[in-house]
Ligand binder design. Sequence first.
Ligand code: CP
Length: 317
Amino acid sequence: MKKFVSIHDVTNLDALVSQALKYKDDPLADKSLGVGKRLGLLFLNPSMRTRISTQVAAQNLGMETVVFNVGQEGWALEFGEGVVMNGTTVEHVKDAAPVLGLYFDILGIRTFPSLKNKEEDYSEQFIQQFIRFSNIPVISLESATLHPLQSLTDIITITESFREKRKPKVVLTWAPHVKALPQCVANSFAQWVNGWGKAEFVVTHPKGYELDEQFTQQAKITYSQADALKDADFVYVKNWSQYREYGQVSSQDPDWMLTENKLKLTNQAKVMHCLPVRRNVELSDEILDGTNSLVTRQAGNRVWAAQAVLSEILKSK
Ligand code: CP
């Protein structure tokens, strides 16, 4: 594996999931694999789980990590081609990325979308320029449109939680939120569940919240949350802002919040969320504190997803 920015960088998803679960059983199984190697983690935006789980994963493989909060501590980066840099940006990615490529063996980048310019965000120009100019493997720690480490974690979590010999019904439901959020987690979850191909997959949201079809593809899409929830085995809850009317919020309808009462429609579904979650806005206390919630286990699995990805990159270097 030379980079990890979407499911298209994975040649064998089942093997990657299996490796992650092996690391969960035996975290230090490859404790010498990364000795003498250094991982740089660059954050242009905030993070708790991604930052810490990736550091722990690297440590389990014997790697050193350096975390750099570019957004708070670094020079303001320029990504535009041919820009006259007489404004607020101080350093071009063309100059910064090759230097980072000399300091590190693998580079992780977190960079959110603007939610203002759809074409720019969906071209993934920030992470693509780090890939182009750093000359080392790049891992997405969440980009403008996707969150692959989260989605790999989600497939791992569904795999270990579902033991029946049939396809689980997996529902991605939109939830209300107080502000406009990226489509990344929803896009990415849809891309990975479709790519995995081992679930009956339904996406539900209010009118206007259709995701980019390149990610939803074979999913059944319905505006009726009640229809979607019927007999569900897993319900993934997430807010996102509109893709078509880009970045807009046309609904904060509290009726879309998942509750215990709505769970009665499901097959005692397990509830997932990537965290952080706004309690009693996106998800009720009763669900988050109840036995159907997988959110803590899911967040714990972030370590094994990151460790499997780092291991595959280290083995192919
Ligand atoms: N789920 C997730 O990516 O969490 P953080 O934003 O805290 O990294």
